[in-house]
Design a protein around this ligand. Sequence first.
Ligand SMILES: CCc1cc(N2CCCCCC2)n2ncc(-c3ccc(F)cc3)c2n1
Length: 249
Amino acid sequence: MFKFFKKNKPEEIKTELKKTPTHVAIIMDGNGRWAKKRNMPRIKGHYEGMQTVKKITKFASKLGIKYLTLYAFSTENWARPKEEVSYLMDLPEKMFSSFMPELMESNVKVEVIGVIEKLPENTRKAVSDAIEQTKNNTGLKLIFALNYGSKDEIISAVKTIASDVKSDKYSIEDITEETLSRNLFTANTPDPDLLIRTSGEQRISNFLLWQIAYSEFIFTKVAWPDFTEEEFYNSLLEYQNRDRRYGGL
Ligand SMILES: CCc1cc(N2CCCCCC2)n2ncc(-c3ccc(F)cc3)c2n1
């Protein structure tokens, strides 16, 4: 596999990937432990993690994946040390200041899910500028989950639906799975075909709980900063060997 991977260019690799997933979601875990193992500060792990975001985004785009959702900051992450949160909040600006030309060249469209209003002004501006600059791009949709928590997302949708029923917009009998789906942050995105979590933990951690009902899960021991294109490619190969049932036989 390694030799094969080294020999081929991404467009050639595509031939072996008979079933590229439409939507891949990734819990990018292991950044702090990666740094600790190397006696580096945690923020170095986050910085290297951002380099991996760039690498995997470009590779996913080349492979024809349509949606890539990355869990960048959860509602629980606010509990981290103030300095670490402050560093994390500067990463969007850092990333776009160097990566925007490549995103435009790859025709990538940046989107975001989460409660963005609660983010610092500089973070919000960097993200909204990137959304604006890439809004006409028609390639890979790069979706960052920022200040995102799935339970909060579902509660917010339930409140909207309850209010709509109360105002007679529709009746309780009209409520279907589609009613809830269209009231989530992910309303215009198909559910993930594949969820990858790096660094060995096998938890979902309040990420896309409704949306991953029929997703394939891959838990890899590799820490996110070490997650190479080959690791990603091997995950996609593993995915195409799974026989998805959607609850059926
Ligand atoms: C706000 C927290 C955070 C953390 C973070 N890490 C740290 C933890 C996960 C590993 C990746 C590196 N990254 N990497 C890219 C972004 C990013 C987010 C939105 C955006 F529009 C552009 C880039 C990012 N954001």
